[in-house]
Design a protein around this ligand. Sequence first.
Ligand code: RUQ
Ligand code: CUA
Ligand code: CA
Length: 655
Amino acid sequence: MNEAKMNTVEAMPDPSRRKFLNTAAFAGLAGAGLSVGLSACNKESTPAASSAAAPAAAPAAAPSAKAASSGLHTHMAPGELDTYYGVWSGGHSGECRILGLPSGREIKRIPTFNVDCMSGWGITNESKKIIGTRPDGRLKYMTGDTHHVHGSYKDGTYDGKYFWVNDKIHSRLARIRGDVFECDAITEIPNIQGFHGIFPDRRDPVDASINYTTRVFCGNEFHLPKPNDGRDLDEPEKYGTLFTCVDAETMKVRWQVKVDGNMDLVASSYDGRFAASNQYNTEGGARYEDMMSAEMDACVFFDVARIEQAIKDGKFYTVGDSNVPVVDGTKAANTDPKTALTGYVPVPKNPHGVNATPDGKYFICSGKLSPTTTTIDLAKVADWFDGKLDDIRKAVVAEVEVGLGPLHTTFDGRGNAFTTLFLDSQIVKWNIEKAIQFFNGDKSAQYVVDRIDVHYQPGHINASMGETKEADGQFLAVGCKFSKDRFLPVGPMHPENEQLIDIRGEKMVLLADHPVHPEPHDFVIVKRELIHTKQVCNLDDHPLAVKDAKDSGVFRDGNKVTVKIASLAPAYTLREFTVRQGDEVTIILTNLDKIEDLTHGWAIPQYDINFTVNPQETKSVTFKADKPGVFWCYCTHFCHALHLEMRTRMLVEAA
Ligand code: RUQ
Ligand code: CUA
Ligand code: CA
């Protein structure tokens, strides 16, 4: 199949196609006055950056023979399985996705904050309970915007237990079980809007013997009146943001910290002591001109153990009708480093992204409006909190130019960082220790190792195992926000372009393009041996399971009717069932088939009901039987040669 790959690549006319670069992104940004903000970024001014930029002028992609012969093939032969799981967010589709990598094949969609008529997510009683309902039983929210996905850790690597993802629109955190890749819990965070970055802790900040995830930290982008009940409407200087900690197991909100400025992405340290978030609006501006008025913003660090001690000591307040304890992490309240809950490390203009290096030593912030990345030494941050460093800015050990619009960074585990350059439409590979040497004054240190064009305008980037101590430097995925000419045109809405890049050698090699339904925002890439899924559910998982065909039937309590039914290919256990117009009907369906991959469906015409039940799974729906007549309930999921015959009649007697 390597030959096939080679042919495909060679048939492509100039895969780099730089002529399309920036036409959309720059147009929009220039219109927004961003060129003003970028004026300080003179890429030519630094010898290292400009000389290192030279390779980009060559047709950088050149994927052909080298990629194909590298042995890292992205084409899987029929029946061949991928070696990594990709866990993807789905942006404003509200869902998550599972990809097989390095093929890039989409294997599963995980309905999360959206409604999914295939699985019945948002339709069944069980899923509605997780998503949350209004008093009248309707879903509380129908929309969601998943941005950041991260997995639970044990000993510095993934344990495959959970993945979490945020909903930026309604400030919710969802948890996805790693054994079934389904959402099992959603928590709405009080008193915030624009819930953006998340990161699980990687070791307990209080009890160091607990070397696994127990908390999830949540950033907060948009500032708000506190509480947001109509007060201080147009007085942005009175708005504020809250950093939030959610318990990994109970999914309850544990505490919040009031912060100066806003928060964007989040990172946690491997030793458990710190969480941090980059801040682009330290100005507290309500309009973008104000948000980019300062030359420096910050990366705010949280000393988690001190925060939890402060709460134990009763030094908290609450906001509105929320009972979540809130501690004061503002600068004014934290002037003595030795007792400070927070420390603000100055970082140039509107940084985006903060990522922890696999060796646990550094957090790296990208500049976005500054062409730099800022490397923060965690040991020095700790020194500041311990009163051993007079100025927290001294924790910055490198701040070097890498290109225009740096956003997110990933790692190969060999000391190199890979940062997306949104405006340059490139990935820059740079060496962290060399950057530190350069920043220390060694101007001969060539920290930029390589650059490669991507197509186009990259946001998130993540290398295989790149967020763990086991970063293996095999390949990375990059989410390009624009695909422009890379796929067959399909009208005004273009897909986005996910690209895979081989990072095993000195030079990066572009391996593949994949069109993706907007917006594949962020992702993690996990070795397949760390994921342990089960393919058949457990009857006991649902308290109302219809465990035996004999338990089927119609059970009436006044005008509340429960219909217990089971599926066993190719039939349902009730051939028909009768209810009366006006009844409140609950259908409980258990799939008694035990065979892997034998899923059934259940749809009721005109009642707008459809869902699937996996082997040994139980789901239920409740509705009002308001239409008399015959309704053929049928199996929607192809299950058997008699799949079409797999149906039953719901007879609704007229009142
Ligand atoms: S942020 S493209 Cu929502 Cu992930 Cu940087
Ligand atoms: Cu059961 Cu199709
Ligand atoms: Ca700013």
